[in-house]
Design a protein. Structure first.
Lengths: 618, 494
């Protein structure tokens, strides 16, 4: 019954696409949310069934033969193993909460039916991606979520800027996707199968560690992951993607789709193991991204852009984890991040909703009393993001990543992670203080109801307790997640340095978290005096480290130039020249047709003399 | 196997129907002409269905064969038959004819009978091309099919139609003349046979093969069209009426590609191998260079015309890697392109009928007034840029997979063209469909009616069917493609 999980939202999409405009808003909300709710129920059903089965043996469900050509067979199949269980549950459950939230957030929008149709299609594609047993089916889900992302970023299509952002997102990720497709094709061509498990087994059997083919394939897959997960240097699209409705940012551009790159690399981790150089690059890219994006987040004025850069930075942590072999840690951070970042986005949406679409944090302030639920959501989500020790989920997942970086003897990566943690609590503190403390500037006009409130509460709880599935030795030593995922991943390479140093590192991380928040408070108190300095710094950093500028000059402008040259299709000019030449000769000859007999006679005589002369001469 | 001469029916039913439609005469009988055309096209399509259902996909031999002497003096025969390569195109052609008759239903008000008759007759002639197994018969159909299209562009076309019709005719005729020389050479060399199947068995020295190959190349490259002899196509598309563009893109371009499989590869296999690098280079230029040209077009029809050239570049690339996956991918791409480009041109036609402009700049915010249309247009734009689950993906995927095995850098070049594909399709879609209502023309637009919806829904069904379950299409090809590749792998030099 596993196929029901993606089938329900797909059915919801078809229903809404066919009849969405004739339905009332209530019916649309019921179909849109209900289909994802049913999908979540089916997912939980399957997960419980799976966990109850002895040994957690993976399920493989073949659906139909997609292609069968030249000895190459692609079967559309679903595959459920512990990794897929975790991903499926998070996607379906968070997806359901965000649908519920959207029923109220989008109320009154003229594109209500269209919105839920796209969102359902997105959930169906995302679940296909996560459950795919075949790489080509995974690619279908991968492109499907990209399409929905494009449609939803450009959802408010009246504003041309939104359409531009949507197109930028699609094309930048498509650039990465081309790398992914090439990587997949390279794997298919050399290993002869597209079934994930068979392919990984064949790769492990045929390629030694460090083989150039494995490195090439892994590097191409990485390119796809970088585009989808908005990592350096393909990260530029995500901040602009905030043009979409806020629940979309929560679901697609924070909790699920942008982490697809992490899932892809985790799913194909044996390939990364075969390509140590690429794995090292993953760690490095993650480390650089998390620091640079953290700094960018510090200088944003749009509440959603702060969160967008924060998402880039947090996914940087996941890449860092993958790079040091922390396969479980990456998924753990994906899970907690899905909870707290969805919470933060939904709370930000509540603020924006209450302020009639205001995004600028400079025009917010003192909202603590007016929007208590949003405030507390921000406090809980922000604390979890800043990894406040012991009481938040984010602490345990981030701590695990840092510990793994340290224990695999990469102090440089650990330091980057630590600086990132400091930056995280700094920008989060800045955001919370600016929006909710100080004097009230813009009054909140619209309160919100239970459909928006309930998801906030549930996600708030998860942002706290979600971390207790995996704790360090100095705090309970719970190993639920890693033992569940143990069937999928090799044990992380941990140096036997013991619990003592792990505790010491945990304390250092705690210092970063608390220190950052304290610093943010100090800066907030003195913000009047610091305003000038901030403005100065902003000039350097806010434009996204010059990436947009660079791409504009290096890619977009030459592209336009080439295109301008090509507009007339130069080749046609050659044929036009041929036609012109013919016409010219025609005109030349027709000029001799004067109708004057004397000229003709002279011509004949001259010709005769010429030929006679030639005959004599030769 | 059916005992009816199905192939003859597929050819002559549309032609006879076309003549009957002509007989209805002037425009006061237009409704009769329309219904008669629709019935003729529908019956023409129905008789082709047994070709698929009765097809023996295990056999590589010609099926539904008909053989009768025609010009005994020169050993010319009325010889018809289909294999797994040609059968699908007979169906596609007959199906598109129904679409075209529907597409012109209330749009064409001038010389209705003649318009529909031209399409019906052309449909029959093109079925003749796909089924002819005799060189002279093939050439006759090949040349005759130029005339209706020439008339369609020249009479019902846009303001610059005479220029476009001439350009189209001159290009294709220039190519065909060399083709005729090649046919006569083969007739003499084989000792007096016009049978294509016999020619395929004929031993030919390499030098002659090369000349033959080049003659075929010129003839078919113009039809496909391949870079650099493609420049007639954008003009022809821009000036042609919607129905003409649909037939041109969906069927007429396939004739050239089909010629490569029926003549170039099996008759001159050694030369094909010798010159494959050259042809692949041309195909790559088509895919990459034309992609860039497409990106900057301001006329929607020109944009889709250039994207057609790029897609046909994929097809030619698939052929000349000489692998099963490449050739089958190319064939899938050809059928898929029939659905998708036909639909794209119809979509543009739908807008043109309402606003009378094909300029992207004259639109904007179409989704506000035509939501149903916008949704379907989105599907086809995505299929045109090769999104998975649409037919556009399956063919491109198979060709690129073949290319990876052939040469990684070739695959790299064509795969990057997928970014360009996404760019020009989305850019056009964004500028035309999204945004605020641009002007009063867009504000007054009415959404697609039932007839237009039916056409787009039929094409969408084909696109999705092929995208999700291409098995039935590829299954019938296997035996014939393997036979062809086997043939190409064996040298004909004595």
């Amino acid at each position: 019954m596993l196929w029901l999980v993606p089938a329900f939202p797909l059915l919801g999409f078809l229903l809404l696409a066919a009849a969405g405009r004739r339905m009332g808003q209530r019916a649309v909300a019921a179909v849109g949310t209900g289909s994802v709710g049913l999908s979540a129920l089916a997912a939980w059903w399957a997960a419980i069934d799976f966990m109850a089965s002895p040994g957690h043996a993976a399920w493989l469900q073949a659906l139909w033969t997609w292609m069968d050509v030249g000895g190459f067979r692609v079967t559309a199949s679903l595959y459920l193993d512990p990794l897929a269980v975790v991903m499926m549950l998070v996607v379906a459950s968070v997806g359901f909460l965000i649908h519920l939230y959207s029923t109220e957030f989008m109320a009154g929008d003229e594109g209500y039916g269209r919105y839920f149709a796209y969102l359902n299609l997105f959930v169906a594609a995302m679940l296909t991606l996560v459950l795919a047993g075949d790489l080509l089916l995974l690619f279908l889900g991968w492109e499907g979520v990209g399409l929905c992302s494009y449609l939803l970023i450009g959802f408010w299509y009246r504003d041309p800027a939104n359409g531009r952002a949507a197109r930028q997102a699609f094309i930048v990720t498509r650039a990465g996707d081309t790398g992914l497709l090439l990587g997949l094709l390279l794997l298919f061509a050399t290993l002869g199968t597209s079934d994930i498990q068979a392919l990984l087994a064949a790769a492990a059997g045929q390629w030694p560690i460090g083989s150039p083919l494995a490195a090439a394939a892994a590097a191409l897959l990485l390119l796809g992951a970088l585009g989808k997960s908005a990592q350096l240097p393909l990260h530029t699209w995500l901040p602009d993607a905030m043009a979409g409705p806020t629940p979309v940012s929560a679901l697609i551009h924070a909790a699920t789709m942008v982490t697809a790159g992490v899932y892809l690399l985790d799913r194909l981790h044996p390939l990364l193991i075969l390509a140590p150089a690429v794995q090292a690059a993953v760690a490095l890219i993650g480390a650089v991204t998390l620091v640079l994006a953290g700094i960018s987040a510090l200088f944003q004025h749009d509440i959603k852009r702060v969160l967008a850069y924060s998402t880039i930075s947090q996914i940087g942590y996941m890449f860092l984890a993958l790079g040091v072999g922390g396969w479980v840690a990456a998924i753990f951070h994906f899970m907690t991040h899905a909870f707290f970042k969805a919470l933060l986005f939904l709370a930000a949406g509540a603020v924006i909703h209450a302020l009639d679409g205001e995004h600028d944090i400079d025009r917010m302030g003192g909202l603590r009393r007016q929007l208590p639920l949003a405030f507390w959501s921000f406090v809980v989500g922000g604390a979890s993001l800043a990894a406040l020790p012991l009481v938040t989920a984010g602490f345990f997942s981030k701590d695990l990543i840092l510990w793994q970086a340290w224990s695999t003897a990469r102090p440089g990566l650990w330091t980057a992670g630590w600086i990132g943690a400091l930056l995280t609590s700094l920008y989060m503190g800045r955001l919370v203080f600016r929006v909710f403390f100080g004097p009230a500037t813009t009054p909140a006009r619209r309160p919100f109801g239970w459909a928006m409130g309930l998801p906030l509460v549930v996600l708030g709880i998860l942002s706290v307790v979600g971390g207790y599935v995996e704790t360090p030795p100095f705090f309970g030593d719970v190993r639920l997640l890693s033992s569940f995922l143990g069937a999928v991943f090799p044990a992380a390479a941990e140096a036997p340095s013991g619990a003592g140093s792990e505790l010491a590192l945990g304390l250092l991380a705690a210092v970063a978290a608390i220190g950052g928040i304290a610093a943010a408070w100090e800066l907030f108190r003195r913000r009047q005096r610091l305003a000038a300095a901030e403005g100065l710094l902003q000039a350097g950093w806010a434009p996204n480290w010059g990436f947009d500028f660079l791409y504009d000059r290096l890619l977009v402008l030459p592209y336009y130039f080439l295109a301008a040259v090509g507009r007339g299709d130069i080749v046609d000019a050659a044929y036009a020249a041929l036609a012109d030449l013919t016409r010219y000769c025609h005109r030349l000859l027709s000029r001799t047709q004067t109708g004057r007999v004397r000229w003709y006679a002279a011509g004949v005589a001259a010709g005769a003399v010429l030929f006679v002369g030639l005959g004599v001469w030769l | 196997m059916s005992s009816y001469p199905l192939l003859s029916l597929a050819i002559w039913i549309p032609i006879v129907a076309g003549l009957l439609v002509l007989a209805t005469g002037a425009d006061r009988n237009a409704p009769l002409a329309r219904w008669l055309s629709l019935v003729g096209a529908a019956i023409g399509f129905l008789v082709t269905i047994p070709l698929w259902t009765g097809f023996d996909s295990g056999s590589a031999a010609m099926q539904f064969v008909e053989l009768a002497p025609w010009i005994v003096r020169f050993n010319v025969n009325y010889h018809l038959g289909v294999d797994g390569i040609s059968m699908l195109f007979v169906l596609l052609n007959s199906f598109i004819t129904v679409i075209v008759v529907l597409a012109g239903w209330e749009v064409i008000k001038d010389k209705v009978a003649q318009y529909n008759a031209a399409f019906l007759i052309m449909s029959g002639l093109m079925n003749g091309i796909f089924t002819a197994l005799d060189g002279v018969l093939f050439y006759t159909f090949f040349e005759a099919s130029l005339i209706p299209l020439y008339i369609i562009i020249g009479v019902w076309g846009g303001p610059n139609r005479v220029y476009a019709a001439f350009k189209f005719f001159l290009y294709t005729l220039a190519g065909s003349l060399l083709f005729l020389v090649a046919l006569i050479y083969l007739y003499v060399h084989s000792g007096g046979s016009f049978s294509i199947l016999e020619w395929q068995q004929l031993p030919i020295p390499l030098a002659s093969q090369t000349w033959l190959f080049l003659a075929f190349l010129v003839a078919f490259a113009v039809k496909v069209p391949m870079w650099p002899v493609h420049t007639w196509l954008p003009d022809a598309h821009v000036e042609a009426p919607t129905g003409g563009s649909i037939v041109l893109a969906a069927i007429a371009l396939k004739l050239g590609a089909y010629g490569f499989l029926r003549f170039s590869l099996p008759i001159a296999p050694d030369a094909s191998h010798e010159l494959s690098g050259f042809v692949i280079a041309l195909a790559l230029i088509a895919v990459v260079y034309i992609g860039f040209v497409a990106l900057v077009q301001s006329d929607m029809k020109k944009l889709v015309a250039y994207s057609s050239i790029a897609h046909m570049g994929f097809v030619i690339l698939g052929f000349f890697m000489f692998s099963a996956i490449g050739v089958e991918g190319a064939l899938v791409q050809m059928v898929s392109h029939g659905f998708v480009s036909g639909a794209m041109f119809f979509c543009i036609g739908v807008m043109y009928d309402r606003v009378h402009s094909r300029q992207i700049a004259d639109y904007g915010g179409v989704v506000n007034t035509m939501p149903k249309f916008a949704a379907l247009f989105m599907l086809f734009s995505m299929a045109n840029s090769g999104l998975p689950a649409t037919s556009g993906f399956v063919g491109e995927f198979m060709v690129i997979l073949g290319a990876v095995k052939f040469n990684f850098w070739v695959a790299f070049a064509v795969a990057t063209s997928m970014i360009i594909g996404a760019a020009y399709n989305l850019w056009m879609y964004k500028r035309v469909v999204f945004g605020a209502v641009a002007n009063h023309h867009v504000a007054e637009l009415t959404d697609i009616n039932k007839r237009e919806f039916l056409i787009l829904a039929l094409l969408a069904a084909g696109t999705l069917w092929m995208g999700l379950y291409p098995q039935p299409f590829t299954e019938v090809m296997h035996a014939s493609v393997n036979e062809l590749l086997h043939h190409v792998a064996n040298s004909k030099i004595q």
